[in-house]
Design a protein around this ligand. Structure first.
Ligand code: CUA
Length: 366
């Protein structure tokens, strides 16, 4: 029976065996976590049960329609069958067993996903319109999710504004990020490589752009990546770091080539004058940029919606300086700090320490 089915399926585009192989199937992407096989098994079990009953029911329906059709005008039923105990037992028991098996598969997978192992590495995931922000155990924040292979990772999800949903199809994990509460989910990646995380809850105009790169590192490489990513100033100038931060954090809403987007373009913005919704005209200088990042709702540029979230606590003071230097470059100015970035390496710990004091930024934003 199985081989006959396999032979028939080989002539179609339907994948067989039904459990996803290395490169994914028609329905599902490649399996890249320990949870993936059990999820796919449940999916394909339900899928093939549905296919089987769809064919059976449509076939019987067609047969009965022809076989028991009314042949003569005014013809009544020939035999009036009201009851058949064996038949009713069969069509009750078999579906009952099938749905109990489905429930068991789903419940087991759900319980597994909801209960992270105790030795898991924690990564905080913050959803906001319209990007993801990941905080690593050493405090480093990034817009990409990097994890070591064969390691249990626990994601602690929260949202800054509306409900988002963190979804990594290759890991078969999906969980809502809800404002005002922490949700958890975990996974263990099995294959080094790059994957995609999506937002699976409609959250506004840029919802479909709310993507994040997921990188699973070979053993030992994760620590190296984290050390380098934690201090981008080590190997880059301020303007270069600024470009990095802008690409990652601002690019979803602000263009750098003059084209219109959710927010004003960054091209030729620095040094120009912008008109606010309250009618005031303001010069874009260092302090203006800083205020726009920390407290974006205070003043809104005319013609734009007040949709930008605050980056207070997410960007260090040094990173804001780097953005300013990059904006100067985009306006055709010479960045005053373009060459000194690498030389100020020594001052980095002091600057970071100052940036992490919450009182300073809190005072300013009020
Ligand atoms: Cu966030 Cu959709």
């Amino acid at each position: 029976m199985n081989t006959l089915l396999a032979r028939l399926l080989a002539q179609t585009n339907i994948d067989w065996p039904p459990v996803a192989p290395e490169d994914g199937t028609f329905w599902l992407p490649p399996q890249a976590s320990t949870q993936a096989p059990q999820t796919d098994l449940a999916f394909y079990f339900i899928y093939w049960v549905s296919v089987f009953f769809f064919i059976l029911i449509v076939f019987l329906m067609t047969v009965f329609v022809f076989r028991y059709r009314r042949r003569v005008e005014g013809e009544g039923p020939r035999v009036n069958v009201t009851h058949n105990t064996p038949l009713e037992l069969v069509w009750t028991t078999i579906p009952l067993i099938l749905v109990v098996v489905m429930f068991y598969m789903g419940f087991r997978g759900f319980m597994d996903l909801m209960n992270p192992p105790a030795d898991a590495m924690d990564v905080y995931v913050l959803g906001q319109k319209w990007n993801w922000n990941f905080t690593y155990p050493n405090g480093h924040q990034d817009t990409e999710l990097h994890v070591p292979v064969d390691t249990n990772v626990r994601l602690i999800l929260e949202s800054q504004d509306v409900i988002h949903s963190f979804y990594v199809p290759a890991f078969r994990i999906k969980r809502d990020a809800v404002p005002g509460r922490y949700n958890k989910i975990w996974f263990k990646a099995t294959k080094p490589g790059e994957y995609l995380a999506l937002c699976a809850e409609y959250c506004g105009t840029q919802h479909s752009d709310m993507l994040a790169r997921v990188v699973v590192h070979e053993p030992g490489m994760f620590e190296k990546w984290l050390a380098d990513a934690s201090d981008p100033f080590k190997t880059r100038s301020y303007a270069e770091v600024g470009q990095l931060v802008v690409t990652k954090r601002c690019g979803g809403c602000h263009s750098i080539d003059g084209s219109a987007n959710v927010g004003p373009t960054f091209k030729d913005l620095f040094g120009s004058e912008v008109k606010h919704t309250d009618g005031a005209t303001v010069l874009v200088d260092e302090e203006y940029v800083r205020k726009s990042i920390i407290n974006p709702q205070a003043e809104i540029v005319a013609g734009y919606d007040p949709v930008m979230p605050t980056f207070k606590g997410q960007l260090k003071d040094r990173e804001i300086t780097a953005i300013i230097e990059y904006l100067k470059q985009l306006a055709g100015m010479t960045s005053t700090l373009s060459d000194v970035g690498r030389e100020t390496e020594e001052a980095a710990p002091a600057a970071d320490a100052a940036a992490s004091q919450p009182t300073e930024t809190e005072k300013d934003s009020e």
